[in-house]
Design a binder for this molecule. Structure first.
Ligand code: SAM
Length: 268
């Protein structure tokens, strides 16, 4: 029976490769074999016996859907064909208000250092309003973003651009390279859920590893896949994140702010 189930594993994987793409399925093979949808399907096949056409099972359809979603998240576009960053474009008229609120917060706390994780091209907009001499550290894993930031002329402040996976950085040593003990404000705008999902990190532990006085996390209020409103889910996620960080003594209090189709968590 054990050998049979192994055969099924291979059969299902090759079916997924046909439907979704061999390269993706081969690359994420171990992960796919471990997702609950795959385990449920194998259990169902085992219970029904090998003569049943597994492709007719709802568990198979669920598995295909799940793997398609995994591929979508991996290949999803952050930029339109015209070269505009989606997050900036979607903020539209609200971008100005957002920059104003962040600038006010930064000035209120007498900030000198901004750490922007998964920055995209946001530094190009935010940096314009910041006081002269501000140190702005921007981190992104996309080459095109890094190239664009490196081209930017931001002579009134020090823009440090880092091309890296945000999860592979030791934030304390990164900051100490620039003689900085901790950032004054850390931004994780529209990126925390992406990283949590794709890199399987625990958001609380990740945030705990960043030496910072304040933190701003944001999430879009519309699902990127189905476009339905996810306001309840995201509000719950951010409130629970805030509670956990406050309980651990990392931050003292928080504020939730919603503008346009984006929800923000400010942690002080
Ligand atoms: C939705 S965009 C948001 C950009 C910007 N923070 C904003 O709100 O305008 C997400 C950004 O995170 C970057 N990103 C995704 N995963 C990352 C990772 N593991 N490490 C570093 N950057 C990452 C992407 O390249 C992209 O620029």
């Amino acid at each position: 029976m054990l050998i049979k189930m192994n055969d099924y594993r291979e059969l299902i994987l090759s079916e997924l490769a046909n439907e979704i793409g061999a390269e993706f399925v081969t690359k994420r093979r171990d992960e796919i074999l471990n997702i609950p949808e795959m385990r449920k399907l194998l259990k169902e096949i085992e219970e029904r016996g090998s003569s049943y056409n597994y492709k007719r099972l709802k568990e198979f359809k669920m598995l295909v859907k799940k793997v398609k979603m995994m591929k979508y998240y991996e290949t999803r576009k952050f930029r339109t064909d015209e070269g505009l960053e989606v997050s900036i474009l979607e903020r539209g008229q609200y971008l100005e208000q957002l920059i104003e609120r962040l600038t006010d917060t930064f000035k209120m706390i007498g900030g000198k250092v901004v750490l922007d994780i998964g920055s995209g091209t946001f530094p190009l907009y935010f940096s314009k309003e910041l006081p002269a001499g501000t140190v702005y550290i921007a981190i992104d894993s996309r080459k095109e973003v890094i190239e664009e930031l490196n081209k930017a002329s931001t002579s009134h402040l020090k823009l440090i651009v880092i091309h890296s996976d945000a999860c592979e950085i030791d934030y304390k040593s990164l900051l100490s390279q620039f003689n900085i003990k901790r950032a004054d404000i850390t931004l994780m705008l529209r990126v925390l859920s992406v990283i949590a999902r794709t890199k399987k990190i625990d958001p609380v532990e990740f945030i705990e590893s960043i030496p910072t006085r304040t933190l701003v996390v944001s999430e879009p209020l519309r699902s990127l896949v189905r476009k339905e409103s996810v306001i309840t889910r995201e509000t719950k996620f951010l409130n629970s994140l805030a509670r956990k960080l406050e309980n651990r003594g990392i931050f003292a209090y928080h504020e939730i702010w919603t503008i346009g189709e984006e929800i923000f968590l400010f942690l002080f």
